[in-house]
Design a protein around this ligand. Structure first.
Ligand SMILES: Cc1cc2nc3c(=O)[nH]c(=O)nc-3n(C[C@H](O)[C@H](O)[C@H](O)COP(=O)(O)O)c2cc1C
Ligand code: SF4
Ligand code: SF4
Ligand code: FES
Length: 631
């Protein structure tokens, strides 16, 4: 029989060992910072601290009770663009863009003299002031880090550290004092909705699975995350993998499952490694396995690497993939809750959903409901990218406005060259390939599941791409269409052929072959693909096209009628223009223009009215000074 772990004594021992450290240096070891060389920074710290004759520890051991410097790693801290990030505790200093060459100065000044290295502190571009730590950086202060709270603070590869912050106490409560029905009731009362895109009430899903008569049941954690640009789930798995395992444990107890799977895409090697390590450590600690917390229940968790297809994130395709079949969706009903993995009742939840669960059990449904808004309680993580000053991983309560995210957390819209663009906002693409584009009129809309579906968009899994006025919305629609077309599994004709045709029509628009009828056809086809596809991929694939057509109709019309792209992104549709530096105002072009599109006073630079111009080229041919382009 396995020994039952005493969480409190593990936590107390860990906290005791922490006391024996003058400093803790936390180096971000998330994928972003690793790509920017955080491992080299860590090695430089290790070597220089040793060279300096100081005592350095990379692991906390209870028996090591003499003072030293604790060099530790964390998962993604969110501000990846500023990485590699290094935090020095207890001073609360956050150093950004740290290179191995900076390490000597940090140790000499900060560790030995308790002074900050000013040049490595983040400078707030709006005020020009240096920020000491995350408590002063607007990117962080405007957020509510709830699920991500410990990512960036704890070492994801140390189970004792997770236990020391109260980890696994919620799982123990679930296995020892709560009945499956109690857990389902609590999660239902919390109003928690799935973060994988659909927003389905988690408590209802669990309860449906709980009441199934089958003895064998499964829990699956969906860590596939195939949306382009999204990395929220990856960050949770890399930064706090035990919170995901604990969520899986509570879900398993709620439905009566003794086996669970974590399905992680193979392109996430660090997430795979940390989740595997977390499962192994939880097994070795006696948390997972037989007789969990002396409850008489057992639980085995398997980690499986996904095949890297976007459609494998769809629940029925994912189940097929675990069963060793080709990852293709199948019709529902039956729902996985009734007949899922190997035809057994199965709960499938997103990573972020599961990582929220232990927090709810710990704080209670009532407290959880105080975060977010009535129909969408809690917080949501987003991958904020595109034309904003601060890109990265953010977390905000549901109901936060787009304006707050773009201007306060994101620091404002930027031009293509990265400079701040006052009044440069054009749109936000939300929800990845399943989502839609929001405009200026939506800047004050509270972001939650229902308000977005109300305007034909969706929260999706959390991709947020900000776009400035230099962005061509037709090209954006094409980008997502290309993605879904590539990823269609081919099972449904409308998804397989319809997305191909939609892509071809978008190409016609971009390359100047389209007419007004093309737009009508595109719209019709989009609605047919939505209606006639089996799974969410096909059903939502037309969303970026439909929403850009709705909110940026003028841009589409310009492409097909005037044959020009106002943002100059479509090479075949460059707008006709007279270069004022070259034009001497000779009026030759004015006389040649058959539609009267050119105006201007004699001896002054002339102008072309692009909405009248038919691009016949007569003016350019007549102009001796080669001042006219784009016709
Ligand atoms: C094409 C497609 C891809 C999907 N990819 C993911 C994914 O990567 N991660 C995820 O959690 N859900 C994904 N989903 C949603 C899942 O099918 C499922 O609804 C979700 O995992 C349920 O968990 P939740 O209730 O916690 O949101 C996808 C759906 C579709 C249609
Ligand atoms: S809608 Fe597309 S991705 Fe989904 S099953 Fe049909 S063909 Fe496959
Ligand atoms: S291209 Fe033709 S229609 Fe357009 S401004 Fe020149 S002459 Fe006029
Ligand atoms: S990976 Fe370091 S902040 Fe994101």
């Amino acid at each position: 029989m396995q020994e039952t772990i005493n969480l409190e004594s593990v936590a107390a021992q860990y906290k005791e060992s922490l006391k024996y450290n003058d400093f803790r240096i936390v180096i971000c070891a998330g994928t972003g910072c690793m790509a920017n060389g955080s491992e080299k920074v860590r090695n430089a710290f290790l070597n220089y601290i040793r060279e300096s004759g100081l005592h350095v520890k990379v692991e906390l051991k209870p028996e090591e009770n003499h003072k030293g410097i604790f060099l530790s790693e964390s998962g993604c801290q969110g501000f990846c663009q500023m990485g590699p990030l290094v935090t020095i505790e207890p001073l609360g200093l956050l150093y950004v863009k740290v290179r191995p060459e900076d390490v000597k100065e940090i140790v000499d000044r900060t560790i030995k003299e308790n002074k900050a290295v000013e040049r490595l502190l983040y400078e707030d571009p709006s005020s020009g002031e240096k920020c000491k730590g995350i408590g002063d950086i607007p990117f962080y202060t405007r957020q509510s880090r709830f699920v991500l709270k410990q990512c960036g603070h704890i070492n994801p590869e140390d189970i004792n550290e997770y236990i020391s912050i109260g980890g696994y106490a919620a799982a123990r409560k679930a296995f020892t004092t709560l009945s499956p029905e109690d857990i389902c009731k609590e999660i239902l009362a919390s109003g928690l909705r799935g973060r994988g895109g659909g927003g389905f009430p988690t408590g209802r899903k669990w309860d449906l699975t709980r009441i199934q008569q089958e003895k064998k049941k499964y829990v699956i954690c969906n860590g596939d995350e195939g949306d382009p640009g999204a990395f929220m789930d990856r960050s949770v798995m890399e930064g706090n993998p035990h919170s995901v395992i604990e969520g899986i444990m509570i879900a398993s107890r709620a439905i009566g499952a003794d086996e669970a799977y974590v399905y992680v895409r193979a392109e996430y090697p660090l997430a795979v490694k940390r989740i595997r390590r977390a499962v192994e450590d939880a097994e070795n600690a006696g948390i997972l396995g037989d007789d969990v917390f002396a409850s008489g229940k057992s639980l085995r968790v398997h980690v499986m690497e996904g095949a890297g297809a976007f459609v494998c994130g769809e629940e029925t395709a994912l189940i097929a993939s675990i069963e060793g079949k080709r990852g293709m969706p199948s019709p529902k009903p039956p729902f996985p809750a009734q007949s899922g993995l190997w035809e057994k009742p199965t709960v499938i939840n997103n990573v972020e959903t599961l990582a929220t669960v232990p927090l709810i059990i710990k704080m209670g449904a009532g407290e959880f409901r105080k975060i977010g808004n009535a129909k969408s309680p809690g917080t949501k993580t987003f991958a904020l990218t595109g034309h904003v000053r601060n890109t990265g991983l953010i977390e905000v309560p549901f109901g936060t406005t787009l304006r707050e995210i773009v201007y306060n957390i994101g620091g404002g819209v930027t031009n293509n060259d990265g400079t701040l663009a006052e009044d440069g906002f054009k749109s936000v693409q939300i929800g990845g390939p399943s989502g839609g584009c929001l405009t200026e009129e939506h800047l004050d809309l509270p972001l939650d599941f229902d308000s977005l579906t109300g305007i034909g968009a969706m929260i999706g899994s959390g991709g947020l791409v900000v776009m400035n006025r230099q962005t061509c919305m037709v090209k954006i629609a094409r980008f997502f269409m290309q993605f879904t077309q590539n990823e269609s599994c081919g099972k449904c004709v409308l998804c397989r052929e319809g997305t191909k045709q939609m892509l071809a029509l978008l190409d016609d628009i971009i390359e100047g072959r389209a007419t007004v009828e093309t737009l009508e056809l595109l719209e019709k086809l989009a609605l047919a693909v939505k209606k006639g596809s089996l799974c969410g991929l096909g059903k939502t694939a037309p969303n970026p096209v439909l929403s850009t057509m709705k909110h940026f109709r003028k841009e589409y019309t310009e492409h097909v009628v005037s044959k020009w792209c106002s943002t100059k992104n479509c090479k075949s549709l460059v707008a006709p223009e007279i270069n004022p530096e070259l034009c001497k105002g000779c009026t030759v072009c004015t006389k040649k223009c058959p539609v009267g599109a050119i105006s201007g006073e004699r001896k002054m630079p002339h102008k072309i009215n692009v909405s009248i111009c038919i691009k016949c080229g007569a003016c350019a041919q007549a102009c001796k000074l080669n001042a006219i382009t784009g016709v």
